[in-house]
Design a protein around this ligand. Structure first.
Ligand SMILES: C[S@@+](CC[C@H](N)C(=O)[O-])C[C@H]1O[C@@H](n2cnc3c(N)ncnc32)[C@H](O)[C@@H]1O
Length: 231
């Protein structure tokens, strides 16, 4: 029997010209670095992982790098903005078996800073986080619902070792989410942003400003993740 041909990705999502043009002003101003430079010794870390790229999940390269950084950082507390199906949550929980995870998705709230064009919030609330529950991590994960710009982060202030910012990718949200997450971080903590590339100009635009505040955010070679390792 002939194998069915893989689904073709439409040309406009392979080459999002308008987004790329506006990102051109910002992406190159978030300098590139290698994982080895940012995390000396990470090339000695071995991991096992299972991942599916369905349902807005990370691409496989990003899934591997996020997992590797989690295994290296050995966080006790993790915060994620943007749960979706829970695959990112599951990746981090799998690599940090002692950690607890707080993860936030919009739920029934209205996005106070506007909706991301072309990427509506996750609609089916019952399936939010399904992947981490199915993987057996439900007892270590606290699921929060609410708009990330209005969520009360106070109980998390100074508590977080690893944060993954992957909610709305507009400039306004990434800027606000980053300011909130910075207040939650412990010294030496690591912040990871997804989609710092030419498809999502808001991410690099916000991160150029974060660099302007003195935070050494870098893009990681070969993937669309950006990272900050706090002093
Ligand atoms: C790209 S998906 C997250 C993918 C997930 N981190 C993973 O690795 O599998 C983005 C998620 O952010 C959520 N989101 C969008 N706007 C939000 C907001 N204002 N507050 C909280 N979550 C939001 C969406 O509902 C969606 O589930």
């Amino acid at each position: 029997m002939a194998a069915s041909s893989p689904t073709v990705v439409p040309w406009y999502s392979q080459f999002p010209a308008r987004a790329a043009l506006s990102a051109l002003r910002f992406v190159p101003r978030v300098p590139l670095t290698s994982l080895e430079q940012l995390f000396p010794g990470i090339d000695e870390v071995e991991i096992n992982l299972r991942h599916s790229g369905r349902d807005r999940a990370l691409w496989h390269g990003e899934a591997y790098v996020l997992s590797l950084v989690t295994a290296y950082a050995k966080p006790a507390r993790i915060l994620e903005i943007g749960t979706a199906s829970g695959q990112g949550t599951a990746l981090m929980a799998a690599q940090a078996p002692e950690a607890t995870v707080d993860t936030l998705d919009l739920g029934n709230d209205a996005p106070s800073l506007g909706e991301q064009r072309g990427q509506p919030p996750w609609q089916d609330l019952s399936s939010i986080g399904a992947a981490y529950r199915d993987a057996g991590f439900g007892d270590r994960v606290t699921q929060h619902f609410g708009d990330s710009a209005r969520f009360d982060y106070t109980p998390l202030h100074g508590q977080i070792d690893l944060a993954f910012i992957d909610g709305a990718h507009t400039y306004e949200y990434v800027k606000e989410d980053t300011a909130n997450v910075l207040r939650c971080m412990r010294p030496g903590g690591v912040i990871v942003w997804d989609d710092c590339d030419y498809r999502s100009p808001g991410v690099s635009r916000a991160l150029v400003e974060v660099r302007g505040q003195g935070h050494q955010v870098h893009r990681i070679v070969g993937v669309r993740l950006a990272m900050l390792r706090l002093p």
